[in-house]
Design a protein around this ligand. Structure first.
Ligand code: C2E
Ligand code: MG
Ligand code: MG
Length: 556
């Protein structure tokens, strides 16, 4: 039989020295570069195995590691022929039958087996399009990294491209693939030694950054990443912008791979609720007791049952009359342990598990009752804007439930307004259009929320029964010092007016912004300059005091 030509590192982990003597003697006859190292314990053996690409572990039943901990093929060393062998064992050798020939054949066999297993593992754990790890592969490597002594300082980033699906639908799968490859190339440039990345799904990625105890440095790196991903992409000669949302979670001493991925996911959802290219660091406050979606669902159900949800109202001001003409209902969760939670901390999760449907009905019901309450106290009628998620649109009971609620609260439905996001109306647009029309027959009107952050076509917009367009806060923030933002805002206002839509600017925080918006012909403003969202009682006082006085102190 021919000698071994390819090197194979053999690592022996056995309690008795007889095995090493016997193996060395037989290996001499097998020939080839087959260095044998002896390990005193499993950590030593693992280190030796990890140091070589082609390595085999030879061990006795007393030292056999479980399959999850050992990637190398295992040969079991036995005193007698076994009746059965554990599944992680590739081959076995019996001491008094161990000839050079048997050893040579066994080593060849396990080497081939090892390679085959590695290839299969790669295929199962690799993303076919980009060649980087897929979700399964990432989970394996994350678990291994968390097992290491220096796991402290690991930061996990989960990243989702906000409007990839729409771009893919618009440009075709082929262009979508090119886009994903470009994103991966940008991510690759951003990685430092020891960092890892994976594609978790269609447009979801994970990055594992090491040594990130320093939060400031982490913040700077994530900002840098957001900037890199925010640059235009070129596909088929067309330039394209992609928004992205990042969730960051830091490994703790007891973190498991599942928990860390869940935390990064929650943080990403929170970033997503803010729109635009943003990131969110996982908030410890949600850590206690909410380790999984199941826990969160249970907590939210309890919140609905026990009345822990509240509505705060933010006024909308008409720039022409200087009076409050509408309110936006914004949900809050008064959590018994974590205090007042903002929608970004639970609405995305409620959307994911479907609880947004009952939560949404609660919001509609509460808002209508509060409208009535204000009317009974002599307030003039105001438009009540309620945010609707796409998921709520998919509920077949939406129309009859709404009819019933309007009926039982006794409100005039003409004062009801539903805010939908661009992304929501672009999804399954024919279906959305049909539902909007049906709801429109009830008398309610619609506004397009967070305008400018999504991906909607002019043609589609002009076909939707929308009354108002709300310019996203991100365009208003800092516009007083940014001529480019001013041009954009001006263009959005004229676009809306061309479509016979009224325009509301969100996030107005200072007089300069208000003044510019007025010059541009904006119809309404909403933001901290007028007021933050407030509970009903406070709102009633605010409305009674009248908005004209405080604003006329400025230049209204
Ligand atoms: P949105 O509909 O765009 O609501 C505006 C958000 O901007 C609110 O945050 C509001 O408090 C904040 N905001 C208003 N003026 C200013 C300002 O001048 N400066 C700054 N920095 N922020 C301002 P909030 O209450 O955290 O709501 C976040 C999002 O959660 C909402 O964005 C909406 O998409 C969603 N949401 C809120 N309530 C509900 C609900 O009842 N149902 C559903 N489906 N979504 C909701
Ligand atoms: Mg809104
Ligand atoms: Mg908005």
């Amino acid at each position: 039989m021919s000698a071994f030509v390819e090197p194979l590192r053999l690592v022996l982990l056995a309690e008795t020295p007889q095995w090493s003597e016997l193996l060395r003697e037989r290996l001499g006859a097998v020939g080839g570069p087959l260095p044998l190292s002896c390990a005193a314990n499993w950590p030593d053996a693992r280190r030796l195995l990890d140091a070589a690409d082609d390595a085999v572990l030879l061990t006795t039943p007393a030292h056999l590691p479980d399959s999850r901990r050992c990637n190398a093929p295992i040969i079991l060393l036995l005193e007698h022929e076994p009746a059965d062998t554990p599944p992680q064992v590739c081959d076995w050798l019996v001491r008094d039958q161990l000839s050079a020939d048997v050893l040579r054949r066994s080593l060849r066999y396990v080497r081939e087996q090892g390679r085959l297993r590695l290839t299969l593992q790669r295929l199962a754990e690799q993303d076919a399009l980009t060649g980087i790890a897929n979700r399964q592969g990432f989970h394996t490597l994350l678990a291994a990294r968390l097992d290491e002594p220096d796991r402290h300082g690991l930061a996990l980033i989960q990243l989702d491209l906000d409007n990839f699906r729409q771009a893919n639908d618009a440009l075709g799968d082929c262009a979508g693939d090119q886009l994903i490859k470009q994103v991966v190339a940008r991510l690759q440039q951003y990685l430092e030694r020891g960092d890892q990345m994976a594609r978790l799904g269609g447009d979801e990625f994970a990055l594992l950054l090491h040594r990130h105890d320093d939060l400031e440095r982490l913040h700077a790196r994530v900002q840098h990443l957001l900037e890199a991903l925010g640059e235009p992409y070129w596909v088929d000669g067309e330039s394209l912008l992609l928004g992205c949302s990042l969730g960051v979670a830091l490994a703790k001493p007891a973190s498991t791979a599942d928990a860390l991925m869940w935390h990064a996911h929650i943080a990403m959802q929170q970033a997503k609720s803010r729109q635009g290219c943003t990131y969110h660091l996982y908030d410890e406050r949600l850590d206690h007791g909410m380790r999984s979606q199941v826990d969160l669902q249970r907590e939210l159900r309890r919140a609905l049952r026990k009345g822990e949800l509240q509505l705060h109202y933010q006024p909308r001001l008409c720039l022409r009359s200087g009076t409050v003409v509408g309110l936006e209902a914004l949900v809050r969760w008064q959590h018994e342990a974590h205090g007042l939670l903002l929608p970004g901390e639970f609405v995305p999760l409620a959307e994911e598990c479907g609880l947004i449907v009952p939560l949404g009905y609660w919001v509609i019901d509460r808002a209508m009752r509060d409208m009535q309450w204000l009317r009974e106290r002599g307030q003039p009628p105001l438009h009540m804007a309620i945010n609707l998620s796409f998921r709520q649109f998919q509920d077949s009971q939406l129309l009859p439930t709404l009819e019933r609620l309007i009926d039982s609260c006794g409100v005039d439905s003409h004062w009801l307004e539903f805010e939908l996001t661009e992304t929501a109306v672009m999804r399954r647009s024919d279906y959305v259009l049909q539902t909007m029309r049906r709801l429109g027959h009830l008398g309610v009107r619609f506004s397009l929320d967070d305008f400018g952050t999504g991906f909607s076509s002019f043609e589609h917009l002009s076909n939707l029964p929308i009354a108002l367009l709300k310019i996203d806060r991100s365009f208003v923030t800092g516009m007083e010092t940014r001529p480019q933002s001013q041009q954009l805002v001006q263009a959005m206002i004229s676009l809306a007016h061309n479509l016979d839509l009224q325009v509301v600017a969100e996030g107005v925080e200072n007089w300069e912004q208000l003044q510019l918006l007025r010059e541009f012909g904006c119809d309404q403003v909403q933001g901290y300059l007028i007021s933050k969202a407030m509970p009903l009682a406070e709102l009633a006082r605010f409305l009674s005091a009248g908005i004209r006085q405080p604003l006329s102190g400025g230049r209204l």
